[in-house]
Design a protein around this ligand. Sequence first.
Ligand SMILES: [Fe+2]
Length: 480
Amino acid sequence: MNKYLSGNFAPVREEVTLTDLKVTGSIPKHLDGRYVRIGPNPVDDVDPMHYHWFIGDGMVHGIRIRDGKAEWYRNRWVRSDDVADSLGEARRGGRKISALDASANTNIVEVNGRTFALVEAGAPQFELSDELESIGYCDFDGTLDGAYTAHPHRDAATGEMHAVSYYFGWGNKVRYTVLDKDAHISKFVDVPVTGAPMVHDFALTKDYVVMYDLPVTLDVGQLAPTAPKLVQSLLGRILGKYAIPEPILARAARGAASSKAMPYSWDSDYPARVGVLPRTGTAKDVRWFDVDPCYVFHTMNAFQQGDDIVLDVVRHPSMFTSDRTGPNSNRDGESALYRWTVDSEAGKVREELVDGQAQEFPRFDERLQGDQYRFGYSVGFSSDSDDSLSTTSIIRNDLKERRSETRSLGARNASEFVFVPDSDDAPEERGVLMGYIYDPDRNLSDLEILDAQTLETVATIHLPVRVPYGFHGNWLPTTA
Ligand SMILES: [Fe+2]
């Protein structure tokens, strides 16, 4: 059985538009915008032997909130060509930025009043309407040349989105980009890395970009499972070292794409290190620092402290060692929140455990991106459950006092929770957290809004449908 196709991981089969949503509690009146969250939801039946959770077609789930009311809920597939074909619809158009065709499924952001569904590893981005309908493939008006990322970080002072992207077709390099306030790429810097790592996220401070070169790397056996051994061997020798022509990549990628297999896995021979690039620097300026072998999907936040750079990360002891369907803490070890201090004078990284509770999806008050901050929020996993995927709590980490508070959800399960400040100038801890919660007893989901200080429920928007577990969500305030 593939657990990423069962329970609340199972895809929903219908798109719905619902109004007159039932609310208990009181939605704060100042909230005016959309909470949108995206995740995998395969449109066609998939092979449970090979399906990996990270590869499913994207579906976005959004709720429009205004004047203390929940005006609508919508769920919509992201219309890649394959999804449009499966639904019997016209293709949407737009330029694909690589040979890969996939439905963006990992994050959803707003830039310059436009809504973008994001994905990594060379798959194409997609633009959506305010009502979450697919507009078309997105290359940021012709300014994106190749892969982007699902984890750009917005510089709160300038509004620019900074990102580190990867794509195995590039050979052994990753790319730092800046997306300006008009949603156009205004700068890029290519940085050599060891091979072809999976680079899901990075860290941004006021003056530095910190990139991860960690031992989850391209797995040719998964990328081209049906290719003859000789071709696999040849690909293995050149991928991660040299850029590959797109037509060859397209053929190689087809096998993994059609089976929804994950072409990255743990490589115990690969080094683990972080690279520090000055935001104004070039590839020659990058300094690399070794860390103990591990994998980091997500940075909570990062900041400078004197000459040191402090990174708060959710660290996994390993990842994708043997399970080809998704993260598996029984095999790879449990995650925990760590603080990495990059000591440039000593030339090393100091590692401290901040919170040993198994957790993921770290968020914080993003007005403080790259600044000293005090509070972070994560989703906690049940440690006494056989099911290592059971997300049964919301954790509030006080990084100044080095303590955490945990709100248990009982039998219910959480997806990512995002922090929304009470106002533009509210103090750091004043705001709400919002995210989808699944109730297995009712087989239905709610959008829960919590007081960020107390973790108590402020309001619950009840949905008469289920929202499958997904990846990332954001509060997109109304801009016009
Ligand atoms: Fe992520």
